[in-house]
Design a protein around this ligand. Structure first.
Ligand SMILES: NC(=O)c1ccc[n+]([C@@H]2O[C@H](COP(=O)([O-])OP(=O)(O)OC[C@H]3O[C@@H](n4cnc5c(N)ncnc54)[C@H](OP(=O)(O)O)[C@@H]3O)[C@@H](O)[C@H]2O)c1
Length: 275
């Protein structure tokens, strides 16, 4: 029986590469994106392409219904869609914060609430939630993003226990720096959030440098996805998968360094020692 993977955010980056590599491995992939026109190549490769903006509940219901109607089952859900809102906390509007949390947290949970029953009915499945190393070792100017990913780490821990009786595994994926459009999109959020007269105007270049941090000496996306799938598709996969640039060193620093030392290092890196 062909196994079915349902992936969010397949227009670019990690989601797209996951769809391609799982498809090559013989999985039937439901590749979803909010702009269906970005999925043409994946559709040609054999994926089922569906529209899905994870902040739109009616689209979640429709995409899950269509996937189950066409393929009859979902064995693997990869919650990948997400973006980084990079801006000083004092500059973030309530609407922009809401949008970040809806995309990176509420959308993930809503999709799980629709797909877990499908998995339960078929006897089990696996859910992969994409967190980030930033959710473990937060940095200045990324509070909204880091908090959203820390929330995903915590909620994945909870779901791992709650869904275990129903043979549904939950894995937290914590990427380090991976070469994708992620950094470019983070820069756009700085542009649209940094207020005129921002407290951090004089160190603006450091806010922009935070937006690009993920792309510094980053791991190529194909190598990252190959490594992740190797670990994820084992019979007994790890509950947390870390892979990519700085995914080892940052959690280690967080664990062994006193908080005040780490604060000083991060403040210096992001220009907060200039005040
Ligand atoms: N790259 C890194 O260094 C890195 C590090 C840690 C964690 N991550 C996480 O990895 C995941 C994938 O990011 P990436 O690196 O592949 O970046 P990316 O190339 O920017 O891809 C992000 C994907 O999420 C989609 N997306 C954003 N908002 C959405 C929404 N409301 N509904 C549906 N899809 C939405 C984007 O679609 P559109 O094309 O429509 O915008 C795109 O397909 C994210 O959760 C990110 O936080 C990435």
């Amino acid at each position: 029986m062909q196994k079915v993977a349902f992936i969010t955010g397949c227009s670019t980056g990690i989601g797209r590469e996951m769809a391609l590599q799982l498809n090559e491995k013989g999985w039937k992939v439901v590749a979803t994106a909010r702009k269906p026109e970005t999925l043409t190549a994946l559709e040609k490769a054999g994926c089922l392409a569906l529209r899905l903006d994870v902040t739109d509940h009616s689209q979640i219901l429709e995409a899950v219904r269509e996937a189950v109607r066409v393929l009859g089952r979902i064995d693997l859900l990869i919650n990948n869609a997400g973006y980084g809102l990079i801006a000083p906390t004092m500059d973030i509007s309530p609407e922009k914060l809401e949008q970040q949390l809806q995309t990176n947290v509420s959308g993930v949970i809503s999709l799980i609430q629709e797909i877990a029953p499908v998995m339960k009915a078929q006897g089990g499945g696996t859910i992969v939630n994409t967190g980030s190393i930033s959710g473990i070792a937060p940095t200045p100017f990324s509070g909204a993003y880091c908090a959203s990913k820390a929330a995903i780490h915590a909620w994945s821990d909870v779901l791992r226990m709650e869904l275990s009786p129903f043979n549904i595994k939950v894995i937290t994926l914590q990427p380090g720096g991976i070469v994708t459009d992620f950094g470019k999109n983070c820069v756009e959020t700085v542009k649209s959030n940094l207020k005129p007269g921002s407290w951090y105007g004089k160190i603006e270049q450091f806010v922009y440098s935070r937006a690009n941090t993920s792309q510094e000496k980053a791991t190529p996306v194909d190598a990252f996805v190959t490594d992740v799938l190797r670990k994820m598709l084992r019979k007994n996969p790890p509950v947390i998968i870390r892979s990519g640039k700085r995914s080892f060193i940052l959690p280690l620093m967080k664990k062994i360094l006193p908080e005040k030392w780490l604060d000083q290092l991060m403040m210096k890196k992001y220009g907060l020692d200039k005040f």
